[in-house]
Structures are given as C-alpha cells and as structure tokens.
Design a protein around this ligand. Structure first.
Ligand SMILES: *Cc1c(COP(=O)(O)O)cnc(C)c1O
Length: 408
C-alpha cells in the first residue's frame, strides 16, 4: 500500500544535500525512527573526542588558568554563534542557566525597567509552553500585576490581530513563542513585535522550538529580549544551558534580579556590594556551565557548516513529506492534522491528533519508533534536518498506521 511513498522517500534521501551529516550522529540500535528532535536532539559522535580533548587540555593541563584563557569569554562567544542563527548582531546573546531561569531574569528585568505604574498587565497566550506561563504567573503575583491571556486556535498560534486586540496602555510586557510547542505554528515575529511596541510595551520571544531550524530575525523585528533552549534542534544534550538575547539598547539599563559574583563588575576583586558588570555580562549570575556547553559547541560547528538556509529547506521538505504520509496513511483512520499546512506558518514539526494516541505512543516507543506525545491525544512528528531521513519519517507514519488498524 505504501510502496509509492517508499519510492518517494528513497528518492528524497538520495537527493538530500545534507545526507552527509547523518553519519555525524551516534546510531541508536533498535531505533528505526526518531521523530523527537524537537524535544531532545541526538548526540554527535564528535562529542566523545571533544570531551577527551577538553579533559586532558583546558581542564586537565591548563587547569584554573583556563578561566582567563578562554572560559570567561565562552558564554559570549557561544552566544554570538547562536546569535548569528537568530538574526542578532554580536554582543547581544549569552549562554547561561536554563531557559526557565533566564526567562525569569529577563522578564523581571523588563518589568523593573518599566517606570509606568499604569502598566499593570503581562500579555501572554494560553498555549505557550508551561514554564513560560508559570514564570510570568510568579512574576505577576510578586509584583501585583495581572496576566492577560490570548487564546490561540488549537492548530495555530498567536496572530497579530489577536495581539492588537489585547495589547494596550496597560501592558508592561508581552511574551510569546516564535514556534508554538504544540501546533508548530510560526508566529509573525516582526508584525507582533511592532504591534506591542506601538502600544508602548516590551516584547520578549521564546525561541526554544525555532533555534537551529527556522531562521529568526530578532534585530530586524525589534525584539527587546529572547530566550531559548539548546537541547532541541541545537543538540546540546539533556539540560544543556540556555541562551538569552538582550537588545543592545537595553544594556546598562535593565537589571536582572539574581545578583551573583559573575555578573558583578570586576568579580575577582571580591569587593563589597553588588555593582552590575558592563553590558551583557551583567546577565550572568554564577559560574558559567562550561563543561555543559561542549556538545552544543560540537553541534554549532555542524550547523554552521550546513548553513541555516539549507537546514530550513530540508526541514520544510521533511514536514511536507510528513504531511503526504499522514494524508495517505493516517487521515483515513480518523487522524487530524493540527499544524499549519502553509510553509510560511510552519515551524519544524507536525502535530496530529486522534483518540488513542497516548496508548499507541507507548507501544511505538517499545518497538523503537519514537515520536512525542502531548496532551490532548496529540503526537508531534519532529524530524531534525541534520539527523532525520525521509525513510525514517515514512517508517514512523507506517508504524502509527499499523497500530490504528486494530484501534477503535
Ligand atoms: C523546551 C522549552 C522550554 C524549556 O525550558 P527549560 O528551562 O529548559 O526546562 C521553555 N520554553 C519553551 C517554549 C520550550 O519549548
């Protein structure tokens, strides 16, 4: 029944200009399809070598001298490399903490910088990733602010019309995700940022589901700040440090709330009292997670070599193929596509929905077909352009279809 799709998959894999990169990833015996690169990217083989080199070199031999020689700069150097993937000029991105913590720090800094007491609302959407909603809820409670929720369509995300309807002279801060974690909807960052600015508020973006797969233009959109994680399409490994972006116009004006020694001016004087370091360094709190950045660095080497335009075009080809497979093999079983079909509004993954998917996903995991389950009854199919083949996409969709044959 699927031989036509198998022929297409083989042709697309044979023509894939990024196929060379597949070998860079560690093979997972027993896994016939991994469509969860949008949740945890696969590790690169070169990680081993990099850990060995690091342990014997900068750590083992240069010892504490490495802080001066390279490590104190690393959060900013790696930050700039991520910056070039998200349209940020150098000097505005830092690698530190986790997404949750960096979001707290930047959103708190934004609220503290707002000197208009009439601005007592934070604008967000009910479909944003839970941590984003919870962090803002905590900040609102602390500061006596109200949360105003936009309710996006289930299979879409926040639109500029919705933002225009809700943003006002009471808004202090708005925060959205550029790619919605459930539907994969790609928001119109430039239009939404302008709408928020026209109302006199600041705009923050969570790029966790877009960095490394969708080209983002933070500077030209006029974003005030952004955060994102590095273990999804950036393959940084479980719990790898996050990145934060702060537009240079806010440097030396916004102050984040976790005053640690690494964000202080002249930290090694160990002096009395906290004074923020100049510029972006004041976003740091404690010692940067140098060791935890190694897999991220290895992965950035590869992403830069492949180039984001080629990665995005393979990502779109992969999600186009996901849609073809789903339409042919799953829709007849009552499965609904809950992601945008237009390429211009599509992030890196496709979400499908049907009763029974929770249970089916458990069985698929046992037989080495790995998708991602999200409530309510949704499977996210998240191919990662450098590590996923078209053949794998078909294998996963065929496995889901087989499960559905007997499922009522
Ligand atoms: C994955 C993700 C996070 C993760 O936050 P952590 O602090 O790393 O747990 C945050 N926001 C969004 C939108 C995400 O997709």
């Amino acid at each position: 029944m699927t031989s036509g799709l198998r022929t297409v998959a083989s042709r697309l894999d044979a023509e894939d200009e990024l196929a060379w990169y597949l070998n860079g990833f560690i093979a997972a015996p027993g896994v016939s399809a991994y469509l969860d690169g949008n949740s945890l990217g696969r590790p690169l083989r070169a990680n081993w070598e990099r850990f060995v080199e690091f342990t014997s070199g900068p750590w083992g031999t240069r010892l504490i001298r490495s802080w001066d020689e390279e490590w104190l700069q690393l959060p900013f150097e790696v930050g700039d490399r991520i910056g070039s993937l998200i349209g940020a000029a150098p000097g505005q991105c830092v690698v530190a903490d986790s997404t949750t913590v960096l979001l707290y720090k930047l959103a708190a800094a934004a609220l503290s910088a707002c000197d208009d007491p009439g601005r007592d609302e934070i604008l967000l959407d009910s479909d944003n990733f839970p941590t984003d909603r919870y962090v803002l809820e905590g900040l609102a409670e602390d500061r006596g602010l109200q949360l105003r929720f936009i309710e996006p369509e289930f299979d879409a995300g926040v639109t500029v019309e919705q933002v225009r309807a809700q943003v006002s002279e009471r808004t202090a801060l708005a925060l959205f995700s550029s790619v919605a974690y459930r539907s994969g909807y790609l928001a119109d960052m430039a239009a939404i940022s302008s709408a928020v600015h026209e109302a006199g508020a600041v705009i923050g973006w969570d790029l966790s589901h877009s960095v490394g797969v969708v080209k983002t233009e933070l500077d030209s959109a006029g974003a005030d700040f952004a955060v994102g994680c590095t273990y999804k399409y950036l393959n940084g490994g479980p719990g790898s440090p996050a990145f934060g972006y702060l537009a240079s116009r806010h440097h030396d004006r916004w102050q984040q709330p976790i005053w640690g020694w690494m964000g202080r001016r002249d930290p090694f004087t160990m002096g009395p009292g906290y004074q923020p370091a100049d510029g972006l360094r004041s976003l740091l709190s404690g010692t940067p997670p140098i060791l935890a950045m190694l897999p991220l660095i290895v992965s950035l080497d590869l992403i830069e070599m492949a180039g984001l335009p080629a990665i995005r075009s393979k990502s779109l080809a992969l999600t186009d193929f996901v849609l073809s497979c789903v339409d042919e093999l799953l829709v007849p079983h009552g499965v609904a596509v809950r992601s945008p079909r237009e390429a211009s509004r599509r992030g890196g993954h496709i979400t499908v929905q049907r009763k029974g998917f929770r249970e089916i996903n458990g069985r698929l995991w046992e037989c080495g077909v790995i998708c991602d389950y999200r409530e309510p009854q949704c499977l996210r199919l998240g191919p990662s352009p450098l590590s996923t083949t078209f053949g794998e996409v078909l294998t996963a969709v065929e496995a889901i279809a087989e499960e559905l044959v007997d499922y009522r």
